[in-house]
Design a protein around this ligand. Structure first.
Ligand code: 26M
Length: 822
């Protein structure tokens, strides 16, 4: 309107200042004189929240009015990262708010740093879900994200004496301004007990489930605003509580403690995120978590349908439900149960609806990650679901026999029940049978799925299979984390690229322009200075911003081969020691990432990185030519400055093991060059940026298979390569461990005897490729041109492109634009 803006919606600088001070008073209860940085953060968060609410309420109203077809993204993890900065970007008010804070003598950067991030995920899979919610909202697609409101997210990592130490993540300690509890939409979830048969009104057999316990699910909603649109979707996370009335009897008998005990047990369900990724553990509580949030989500969708007076036969028309890996795959059996037992539907229509409802995304080929639940555990917790799964299996295997004849081998491989070594429910099989589409997350990964892990399913229903290569959101991973690069790009080509990343291609014309190159280099340097300050502050290590920043940040895993990277560090160290005047390209090797608390070898790799760092960094012969730093507590917040500061991105997994990778995209978008194997999305990044702008090395997936077949002998590489032998011998002899020879023995033995991820075979090609990197870095113009071309050609890897593909190929959903009511 005119000059007079509403204090809860206006976005002028004066209005923002007034609203901010008002929230400081009425929400935090403080005058500026007594306010802490945290109070100021909260006041600003509420000021932004007010502006979101207007969009959120209007979005909900329009979706309800129009009965819009909706995506339901089911994920055990959403690794959202801090909300404040992202919401400022998406509202388009970052600059106004920055000015408002400056005028109030406050530093927006400091306030942003006060936000405790919701770390409700382990790594790639959870972060992908977060990027997808951003793109879904930005593309104006009606969406509900459904997951678990863990009271403790992924642990905080401390480094003590070089070892990882875990600390609980108390992210809710100071309150969460971004969520609203909706207790009026609570649902009940049953566990355990038994089933019995009865007859319905038409005299047909039905099953009743008499549970052993009931837990309440309370939804907590967070608005997910799109970029420069009015759409604000909902992330709905469920918290477990004890039903008030459940143990009333115990209470009335005077068993007050018993009743409270019940409450504690129920609330344990959503206490903590399991910190494993890529290894499954058959833990009862984990299955309870999965079933809990899935049942809450499906009951919530049924409630929405009934409220909109839609017949349940239209469930698959109202909702497209995506299963983010197998963690929510029990949804297939739960939707069947709800339709059959609670809504009196017959099997055939219920099954048709179920199959048309679900899509399944697979994120891993590693056999140790495939979820299977022992029948003993499964039947004790979900007796009715096991009956349903048997029925699904029986009908499915009949169809298999019909198509392929009696091939007991094939039937055993396809069965939903694994009977090879004990009996288990195979969750990936349930997901495949119950979904109409199955997708991998990169071209290579989808191809390998069809050729190996899910080959039998591919042969049975090839039409279900597709690929959707992952993407990341340019809003968080360029605009928010790299404002300087954002301004440079926008000053050249306008800001359309932020919504249409293919447009960033238009900076290619400047790739050889000396003035543009100069600015590009200046920005990279400033981003490196920023990270150098962070490293000094957090680790005490001083690094040279003019050295090559060589960065590997991701979960610590053997297949990701952080230890191959450290073998390179040791090799550089030895080269300098042998020739103290060696004129090498100065490098700073930066590592960060968490290890699963129970993953012993991964923790030993962290210790090795820190041990090598200690020796290298304090050696006066080395000086500024080589530094090794491990930055503790890698999370979304800490990662944001990292990608913009990288010269070189390490993507060095054993070929065939990394399903996609998404960090690889964040680096390349920010102008880092990649050293990588032909794995996951590296292949597609290399195709996009051009082979001449990518440092490729190592075995291919085929090579890995062939070498494994002919008998892989890692010790031979060690014996025949003096540099490799020296590096391994140093680790074994205690050179990096104050003479302790036992410390790294498990790692050394593993590498020399088994080397499951083939570091020994890839060592020399990696070292040679790194030599190429060093050479190229010395040619500044060439490097800058390559860097610019990397950013320019990364358009495909926006999550907007990935989400458009999901919408067209899998979900069949259309945008629903939102207008703000006057
Ligand atoms: C399973 C059972 C019990 C406890 C935890 C889990 C579990 C949790 C997370 C298993 C796997 C989890 O994440 C796997 C993951 O992050 N995969 C990565 O997904 C990314 C997005 O598609 C890909 O880019 C990565 O290549 C892939 O490793």
């Amino acid at each position: 309107g005119m000059q007079c803006e509403d204090d809860r919606t206006g976005i002028g600088v004066e209005t923002l200042k007034r609203a901010f001070l008002d929230n400081l008073f009425y929400v935090q209860g403080k005058f500026p004189a007594l306010a802490t940085k945290h109070d100021y953060y909260m006041a600003l968060a509420y000021t932004v929240r007010d502006r979101l609410l207007q969009r959120w309420v209007n979005t909900a109203a329009i979706y309800t009015q129009q009965g819009s077809r909706t995506v339901a993204y089911l994920s055990a993890e959403f690794l959202m990262g801090p909300h404040l900065g992202n919401n400022l970007i998406n509202l388009g008010i970052y600059n106004q708010v920055q000015q408002a804070m400056t005028e109030l003598k406050l530093d927006l950067k400091e306030l942003l740093a006060k936000e405790e991030e919701p770390g409700l995920g382990n790594g790639g899979l959870g972060r992908l879900a977060a990027c997808y919610l951003d793109s879904l909202a930005s593309l104006e697609i009606p969406t509900l994200g459904y997951g678990i409101r863990y009271e403790f997210g992924i642990f905080d990592q401390l480094i003590r004496n070089g070892w990882q130490v875990e600390k609980t993540d108390k992210w809710l300690r100071y309150g969460n301004p971004w969520e609203i509890a909706r207790p009026e939409w609570a649902v009940s979830v049953k566990f355990g007990g038994r089933t019995e048969a009865h007859k319905n009104a038409q005299g047909r057999y039905r099953v009743r489930w008499i549970p052993h316990k009931v837990v309440l699910g309370i939804p907590y909603d967070t608005p997910i605003l799109g970029y420069k649109v009015n759409t604000a979707n909902t992330l709905r996370l469920w918290k477990a509580e004890a039903p008030e009335s459940f143990d009333f009897e115990a209470f009335n008998r005077g068993n007050y403690y018993g009743a409270v005990d019940q409450k504690v047990t129920s609330e344990n369900l959503t206490k903590v995120l399991y910190p494993n990724d890529e290894t499954y553990e058959g833990k009862q509580l984990r299955l309870e978590q999965q079933y809990f949030f899935v049942s809450c989500a499906l009951q919530d969708m049924l409630r929405i349908m009934l409220r909109q007076k839609l017949p349940l036969e239209q469930f698959h028309e109202k909702f497209a439900v995506q299963l983010n890996d197998t963690h929510p795959a029990i949804a297939v059996a739960e939707l069947m149960r709800l339709l059959l037992d609670e809504h009196d539907m017959d099997w055939e229509p219920a099954w048709e609806i179920t199959q048309k409802t679900f899509g399944y995304t697979n994120h891993t080929l590693l056999p140790e990650a495939l979820e299977k639940w022992s029948l003993k555990l499964f039947s004790s917790l979900l007796p009715r679901h096991l009956e349903i799964i048997y029925e699904i299996n029986w009908r499915f295997l009949e169809q298999v026999r019909h198509k392929f004849g009696t091939d007991e081998g094939r039937i055993g491989r396809l069965s939903l029940i694994d009977e090879n070594d004990g009996k288990f429910v195979r969750m990936a099989h349930l997901a495949c049978v119950g979904s109409h589409k199955i997708n991998g997350v990169a071209a290579l990964h989808s191809e390998l799925l069809q050729k190996t892990t899910l080959l039998d399913f591919y042969e049975f229903f090839p039409e279900k299979f597709t690929n959707i290569t992952n993407g990341v959101t340019p809003r968080r991973w360029i605009v928010l984390s790299n404002p300087k690069l954002t301004n440079l790009i926008t000053s050249c080509i306008g800001d359309n690229w932020i919504k249409h990343l293919e447009d960033v291609q238009r900076i290619e014309t400047y790739a050889e322009d000396p003035g543009f190159q100069q600015e590009w280099q200046q920005i990279k340097r400033e981003n490196k200075v920023n990270v150098a300050e962070i490293l000094l502050d957090r680790t005490g290590v001083k690094v040279d911003p003019d050295s090559l920043f060589d960065i590997q940040v991701k979960r610590i895993h053997q297949y990701k081969r952080q230890h191959l990277n450290i073998l390179h560090a040791i090799t550089l160290y030895n080269q300098i020691k042998q020739n103290p005047n060696l004129d090498i390209t100065p490098r700073t090797l930066i590592f960060a990432g968490k290890a699963a608390p129970g993953y012993y070898i991964a923790k030993l790799i962290i210790k090795l990185i820190n041990s090598v760092a200690e020796v290298v960094n304090k050696d006066p012969d080395i000086g500024d030519r080589l530094k090794v730093v491990f930055l503790p507590d890698y999370n979304v917040k800490n990662s944001q400055p990292i990608y913009p500061a990288a010269d070189l991105s390490e993507q060095i997994s054993t070929a065939g093991k990394e399903a996609s990778g998404t960090g690889n995209m964040k680096f390349a978008m920010n102008g880092a060059l990649t050293i990588g194997t032909l794995d996951g999305t590296n292949i597609e990044i290399r195709n996009a940026v051009g082979a001449e702008n990518f440092f490729l090395f190592g075995l291919t997936t085929e090579d890995v298979g062939a070498l494994r077949l002919t008998g892989y002998r890692p010790r031979e590489y060690y014996k025949e390569n003096p540099q490799l032998k020296q590096a391994i011998d140093q680790i074994a002899s205690g050179y990096f461990s104050h003479g302790d020879r036992s410390l790294f023995k498990p790692l050394v033995d593993l590498l020399l005897d088994k080397d499951p991820f083939m570091l020994m075979a890839d060592y020399q090609p990696y070292i040679d490729c790194q030599q190429q990197v060093s050479q190229t870095y010395r040619d500044r113009d060439r490097w800058l041109q390559m860097s610019i071309l990397n950013t320019a050609r990364m358009g495909k890897f926006s999550s907007d492109r990935a989400i458009r593909e999901y919408c067209q190929q899998i979900w069949k959903v259309q945008p629903v634009p939102v207008q703000l009511a006057a």
